[in-house]
Design a protein around this ligand. Structure first.
Ligand code: NAG
Ligand code: NAG
Ligand code: NAG
Length: 380
């Protein structure tokens, strides 16, 4: 979204169902991970039914923002997300506001701003390439299975979000063309630099082109870590010369891994919470993948900030990924990410892609009105 999560932390809390999820989640977690004795078939059916019921409610989106630290007591920080929504019982009302969604083949053009390692780029590029990888080439649960939820968003013409997401061109801004501290608007200037470069400029792609500005870990962007890990919007003709949907996502390694790469890193103000092992060995970049996924899902369903969002304020919309931030599996909510998968190597993930595994947050499924993902237990 545009001024992301700022509003959703402070203003839009009333959009969420008040559901204190944590104790129930922990119970399910215990039941699922340590079955003392094999369950009988009727018991299993009952368990699946209970899990399906739990999934079939809006869950509380959560990220360990530093504002939670202001709470006097760390257990408040841990349970704060649930408390925040106390007293609100309004159902999530995601609405279609008549604008376009990305129905043509989507092409993701990437701007690497600053210093990036080849191994870091490979993780992100493999993720983008996995979004529309053929079902036959990737095991379930897959990234493409996650994208199939984004595809259920359609526009006035009854055309859906495209099922084809291609990796486009890449541009290396190795020399920090606009410095190491960017504002929201100067991110657009970075795009201008890339599309007007004398050598290998990015194409100005009006047919499903989206632009990702990815900043290395020594770059600060306005509001980074305070209330955003990434945002999306569209460029202004006055800056870039055309209207292009774009997103910025930062590498939080040096600035705030506990916030933006949670749960691969945890904030210091929550003692006792253990980070999980990232699937590709780079907590900050593995954490970025989920934010990139978040922004691409919202770019596709709300590219001009006038299509799919909840809330009455177009300048602070709550979009399809905002509703499910921090939820990676069944039962997720509050600081509990939900049921995830753990590989033989101890890495935590929730979906498979080309060559790699990823941990990607769920998105809002408007057909059933809850967050869903390919690893939902009731789909298996
Ligand atoms: C933190 O909160 C818990 C539960 O409300 C309470 O038992 C504990 O005494 C509090 N700790 C501090 C340092 O205030
Ligand atoms: C869109 O992508 C598909 C592959 O999924 C390809 O066959 C088709 O030609 C593309 N369409 C355009 C207009 O590029
Ligand atoms: C397209 O969107 C409609 C309306 O949301 C949905 O019912 C349908 O399943 C979607 N099609 C695909 C391929 O996702």
């Amino acid at each position: 979204m545009y001024i992301k999560t700022c509003a959703y932390v402070h203003g839009s809390a009333s959009l969420f169902f008040s559901t204190v999820f944590l104790p129930a989640n922990l119970m399910i977690q215990g039941m699922w991970r340590s079955p003392a004795a094999p369950l009988s078939l009727p018991a299993r059916i009952a368990l699946v039914a209970v899990l399906a019921l739990l999934t079939a409610r809006p869950a509380d989106a959560w990220r360990p923002w530093p504002s939670l630290q202001a709470k006097p007591n760390s257990s408040d920080a841990l349970f704060g997300a649930s408390k925040k929504y106390e007293g609100s019982s309004e159902f999530v009302r995601l609405k279609y506001h008549m604008g376009p969604v990305l129905t043509s083949n989507i092409t993701v053009h990437v701007i690497w701003y600053g210093t990036w390692q080849r191994t870091q780029k490979a993780i992100i590029l493999d993720f983008i390439s996995s979004i529309s990888a053929a079902a036959s080439s990737v095991r379930r649960p897959s990234v493409a299975g996650w994208w199939s939820i984004v595809r259920t968003y359609s526009d006035q013409t009854d055309r859906n979000v495209s099922g084809t997401v291609l990796l486009g061109k890449q541009f290396d801004d190795l020399h920090y063309s606009h410095g190491k501290s960017l504002t929201r608007l100067s991110v657009q200037s970075v795009i201008k630099t890339a599309v007007t470069a004398r050598r290998w400029p990015l194409p100005v792609d009006y047919s499903g082109g989206i632009y990702l500005v990815l900043t290395s870990d020594d770059v600060y962007v306005q509001d980074f870590c305070k209330n955003v890990c990434g945002f999306h919007y569209f460029t202004f003709p006055s800056i870039v010369g055309s209207v292009l949907p774009y997103a910025w996502i930062g590498n939080s390694n040096k600035l705030c891994p506990g916030t933006c790469a949670y749960p691969f890193a945890v904030p210091e103000y929550i003692p006792g919470l253990k980070p999980v092992r990232p699937p590709n060995g780079d907590a900050a970049v593995d954490g970025m993948v989920s934010v990139i996924a978040h922004e691409i899902a919202e770019l596709a369903s709300d590219p001009l900030a006038n299509a799919w969002f909840a809330g009455d304020e177009p300048s602070s919309p709550v979009e399809i990924a905002d509703l499910c931030e921090g939820i990676y599996g069944t039962g997720g909510g509050g600081s509990y990410p939900g049921q995830m998968l753990v590989g033989k190597d101890g890495a935590t993930y929730n979906m498979n892609g080309l060559r790699r595994r990823f941990l990607v947050q769920w998105v809002w499924n408007h057909l059933v009105s809850y967050c869903s993902g390919p690893n939902a237990l009731d789909h298996q």
